[in-house]
Design a binder for this molecule. Structure first.
Ligand SMILES: Cc1cc2nc3c(=O)[nH]c(=O)nc-3n(C[C@H](O)[C@H](O)[C@H](O)COP(=O)(O)O)c2cc1C
Length: 301
């Protein structure tokens, strides 16, 4: 059985299509294989439209990918009107993702997303939008304030998306769980940069952006491990560098109950079905009837 439970939320599959890598989800549904996923997260939206950063906003680094999109989005009102009515056509649960410049904006977005058929809300605390330019997820108090306001604004389950860039991810996870998050997503991209040696220009207009893909898997696994060891009751989605069934197993062993699939979609939009086939093969080889047997099942030395 590959169905899993995330806090009180039942997922038919442990795969969650990661925010920002499957567009509005509706557009991705035409090219991807969303039947393999328990849920798919639509691109983060804010209270007002955000233009995002100037190009170039994506860069290939040889291993992994850099992006500095800056959460370009049409604002939640427009999103709910244009994308909202199409969500029913998507063959899996769709979750919304809220961003904002302050707790009130996050709460407003969450309330408006709740007026559509999204089944849960990710609170994207890991983009640099504090007035100071820092991320909410780097500050336990600021992160908890956002989650507490979002909790007041919606009945839907809430996932808090944290950053691997934080110094002490356990204390941030603890703060957002206490403030009302039903699960945490660990994590988001890792700060990175790259340069074109011919033009001598940075790969991204904003120079520093988010690094994602296979090379960040050990960093995400470390975050999952630290939080699952310190806060054993807290449900976790592992996110970072997943491309195969064995990657999924690693995240489950570290303590995640579900796993994000992100950057790999740009090269292989139909990867989800293959990952599930590999996961099932591993389970049958090791006589595992239920993936719950794998969650947090890493053996000590
Ligand atoms: C191009 C791109 C855009 C992204 N946009 C968002 C976003 O809007 N909101 C968010 O929470 N995460 C966003 N992410 C982060 C991914 O959801 C994911 O957490 C991260 O890339 C790590 O997983 P991966 O290595 O499987 O891609 C984005 C990632 C990429 C590559």
């Amino acid at each position: 059985m590959i169905a899993t439970r995330l806090g009180g939320y039942d997922l038919k599959s442990p795969l969650v299509a990661s925010c920002g890598t499957v567009g509005s989800v509706v557009d991705f549904a035409g090219v991807g294989d969303l039947t393999a996923y328990g849920a798919a997260v639509a691109k983060s939206v804010s209270g007002t439209p955000w233009a995002g950063r100037k190009p170039p906003r994506m860069g290939s680094t040889g291993a992994g990918m850099l992006n500095g999109i800056g959460i370009q989005n049409p604002g939640v009102v427009r999103w709910a009107a244009d994308v909202g009515p199409q969500l029913e056509s998507v063959p899996t649960d769709v979750w919304g993702s809220a961003v904002g410049k302050n707790a009130a904006e996050f709460a407003e977005v969450a309330a408006k997303l709740s007026g559509t058929t999204v089944r849960a809300i990710e609170v994207n605390l890991s983009c640099p939008n504090l007035e100071s330019g820092r991320m909410f997820a780097l500050d336990a108090k600021a992160a908890a304030e956002v989650v507490a306001e979002v909790r007041q604004s919606t009945e839907l389950p809430i996932g808090a998306k944290l950053t691997p860039n934080s110094e002490d991810i356990v204390s941030i996870a603890d703060a957002v769980a206490t403030a009302g998050a039903d699960w945490v997503v660990l994590g988001n991209t890792v700060w990175g940069a790259g340069f074109d040696i011919e033009t001598r220009r940075p790969l991204l207009s904003g120079v520093v952006g988010g690094y994602s893909g296979s090379p960040i898997k050990p960093i995400a696994l470390r975050c999952v491990w630290e939080v699952s060891q310190a806060l054993p009751g807290l449900a976790i989605i592992g996110s970072g560098g997943v491309t195969s069934g064995s990657d999924v197993v690693e995240f489950l062993l570290a303590g995640a109950s579900a796993v994000g699939v992100g950057t790999v979609h740009f090269a292989s939009p139909r990867i989800g079905g293959r990952i599930i086939t590999q996961l099932r093969r591993y389970m049958s080889k090791h006589r595992i009837a239920d993936i719950a047997e794998l969650v947090g099942a890493a053996e000590p030395w």
